[in-house]
Write a protein that binds this ligand. Structure first.
Ligand SMILES: Cc1cc2nc3c(=O)[nH]c(=O)nc-3n(C[C@H](O)[C@H](O)[C@H](O)COP(=O)(O)O)c2cc1C
Length: 205
């Protein structure tokens, strides 16, 4: 049974990505093996990376709050990461969060499947954020399975239904050797070819 970890990085109490995640979770008949890490609930949000490179030797982040979050991710099979788009890219907190995994050097995240929920005001601005995310996914041998775009025009129920189908099929994904695949995404209002994912084949059963 897959352990699925939902991570909400928005600090906004009215956050659209958080609403998407919480609505989805509330509709599940059974929350077994499903976990939520909501960074806005942290008493003191102290998740910055102090740039202590020796963490790579020990494999342990010196910040205990980061260590808790890292352990949660290491113990999960599927990571659903909600991040707002600010100035066209990942929000500062979203970026801080992914930087905290720098201490992992021993394949701890290898093969984990990531779905990213990008929340933004306008449609089709995910290009820069996806580019910012890919080095993190690539370095740790994870696989980007899907990019969900939540914007002002999104009909939550429809998007949740699509997401449910993706999650139901998550075990059908056959992951082959990583190589970067290019796709067309919106980048500063132009459609350009940028790396979007790695070679992922779906296994038809
Ligand atoms: C500092 C800041 C910068 C933003 N920049 C963008 C932007 O470049 N493009 C956009 O479509 N929306 C932008 N927004 C709007 C947010 O992406 C939008 O409010 C989104 O819903 C945030 O996600 P959340 O609701 O999950 O917190 C920005 C908001 C803030 C606070």
């Amino acid at each position: 049974m897959n352990k699925i970890l939902f991570i909400s990085t928005s600090m906004n109490k009215e956050s659209k990505s958080k609403k998407f995640i919480r609505t989805f979770l509330s509709k599940l008949p059974d929350n077994k093996n499903t976990y939520l890490l909501d960074l806005s609930e942290a008493e003191k949000l102290n998740i910055f990376c102090s740039g202590y490179n020796n963490c790579k030797d020990t494999g342990i982040c010196i910040n205990p709050e980061n260590k808790k979050n890292i352990d949660l991710v290491v113990q999960s099979d599927v990571i659903i990461l909600g991040i707002p788009i600010y100035y066209g890219g990942l929000s500062g907190i979203g970026k801080l969060f992914i930087e905290t995994f720098y201490c992992l050097e021993r394949g701890e995240l290898n093969g984990k499947k990531v779905i990213v929920i990008l929340s933004l005001e306008k449609r089709n601005q995910e290009g820069i954020a996806v580019q910012e995310l890919l080095p993190w996914i690539y370095k740790h041998g994870m696989k980007l399975i899907d990019i969900i775009n939540i914007n002002a025009e999104t009909e939550l129920d429809i998007e949740i239904e699509k997401f449910k189908n993706t999650l139901e099929k998550i075990n059908d994904w056959k992951l082959s050797e990583s190589h970067i695949e290019f796709g067309k995404l919106n980048y500063l209002d132009r459609i350009v070819e940028i790396p979007i994912s790695y070679n992922i084949e779906i296994e038809i059963k």
